[in-house]
Design a protein around this ligand. Structure first.
Ligand code: HEM
Length: 405
């Protein structure tokens, strides 16, 4: 990116991390879509681009050679998003390193494993919905969606017992401290202590998991560590990637699904009549409430996208949740409809980095929706309580979903 080439660009006054955008993204959508791709100055002075149109996002996500996932170390702001202690993780690697890391756990996401997890999921949903009294108010997130995601993904899939999970929740809770770092600042002590604690814990349980050779992900990671494919720090990074990638997103989508079910009683009735309607119902939930709102790439050379040229070295903010409302792709994009002809969306990304957990998520969510529709036939929004949202720079999801059974 030469200074001269940058001088010729028009920069928009837009910051995708700003609280204004995060709190009210819909207000920005039409401008972002009309101008996409466009340029902006991030982190003070870093010439960056965003892409918001669906097809442009597909182009960026579909070509890792032109749009790399590896974060440049010297770029201001990157120290704030190094959640995995500088370790290479699949999300932020390009092939072939990406493929090596993805292969270690890939088998855990195979159709056979997902079917096995489905049995446990049925039992967990049955227990959670069994706790809900007809006519009583409850919170779709805290009472159902969050415990569902934790039990299916943490207890069953990862194989970390409930009494030990606090190690990872506590570590995850230190991530916000990274947001305050300036380039060159050391990592905060709480973060490093949390990382060390997690690594020590995993060393112990992975030794056992290797011996027991169970079906969960920890035993796959243990096998990789025994064969020398992964170091201790890489194991810790992998567990954190699976935990941070899966638990918050699946809870978010469970909460959203319960919201849309309560808000659309006529669709709930269609699901009771025909369970297959739960699939488009969930896809529409993913499209409209995509919890990962944007993903970043870095241009490896000058690339034409739509009417503009994105310059080599530019960080590219790929605006998934805006692309999911592109009117060139979706008729009445803001409407929740289970009858769309086109159910394609970018909530799980696309191509090389397409979400490894998408089949698991697409197994869990329709089960929840079908069971909730059947067992809570009078489910409706609670008129006396307000829903709440939570945002981080790259995610947005419902925090409270007040409903009445
Ligand atoms: C509704 C639920 C979920 C959503 C919306 C979601 C979203 C995403 C997105 C957008 C990406 C692409 C990131 C990129 O292109 O840079 C991704 C990748 C990934 N997701 Fe998910 N995710 C979900 C569930 C899960 C689950 C359940 C797991 C694990 C148990 C998981 C683990 C991962 C991993 C490891 C990657 C990186 C894949 C790679 O780089 O090859 N996700 N996810």
């Amino acid at each position: 990116m030469t200074a001269r080439a940058v001088e010729n660009l028009n920069f928009e006054d837009f910051d995708p991390f700003s609280v204004e955008f995060r709190n009210d993204p819909t207000a920005y959508h039409s401008t972002l879509l009309e101008n996409s791709p466009a340029f902006m100055k991030m982190e003070g002075d870093v010439a960056s681009a965003y892409v918001a149109k669906f097809e442009q996002c597909m182009q960026v996500l579909g070509n890792w050679e032109l749009f790399s996932s590896v974060k440049p170390k010297n770029l201001p702001g990157m120290q704030r998003v190094d959640f995995f202690n500088g370790m290479p993780v699949m999300n932020y690697s390009d092939p072939p390193q990406h493929d090596r890391l993805r292969r270690v756990v890939n088998v855990a996401f195979s159709p056979g494993r997902v079917r096995k997890l489905a049995e446990a999921t049925d039992t967990i949903i049955d227990q959670l919905l069994g706790n809900i009294e007809p006519g009583q108010p409850f919170d779709g997130m805290q009472d159902i969606a969050k415990p569902l995601a934790v039990k299916v993904l943490f207890d069953e899939f990862l194989g970390i017992p409930p009494e030990d999970q606090h190690i990872f929740f506590e570590f995850g809770a230190t991530f916000f401290l990274l947001d305050k770092l300036k380039p060159g600042d050391p990592k905060p002590k709480e973060y490093l202590d949390g990382w060390a604690k997690g690594e020590k814990y995993l060393r112990g349980v992975l030794a056992e998991a290797g011996k027991n050779n169970t079906d969960n992900v920890l035993s796959l990671i243990a096998a990789a560590s025994e064969s020398g494919t992964m170091s201790d720090a890489e194991m810790m990074a992998m567990v954190c990637v699976l935990f941070t990638g899966g638990v918050p997103t699946v809870s978010a989508m469970g909460a959203s699904a319960l919201h849309y079910l309560a808000a659309n009683p006529e669709i709930a009735e269609r699901i009771r009549q025909d369970e297959s309607v739960a699939r488009p119902f969930c896809e529409e939930t993913f499209r409209l409430d995509a919890p990962v709102t944007l993903v970043m790439r870095f241009a490896t050379q000058d690339v034409d996208v739509g009417p503009r040229t994105i310059l080599k070295g530019m960080p590219v903010y790929t605006m998934i949740s805006v692309a999911n409302r592109d009117p060139d792709i979706y008729e009445n994009p803001l409407e929740f409809s289970v009858d769309r002809k086109n159910m394609r969306h970018l909530a799980f990304g696309n191509s090389t980095h397409v979400c490894i957990g998408n089949a698991i998520t697409r197994m869990i969510l329709p089960k929840l929706v079908v069971e909730a529709a059947k067992r809570l036939p009078n489910l409706h929004l609670n008129p006396e309580a307000q829903g709440e949202w939570e945002t981080t720079p790259r995610s947005r999801h419902r925090l409270k979903v007040p409903v009445i059974a």
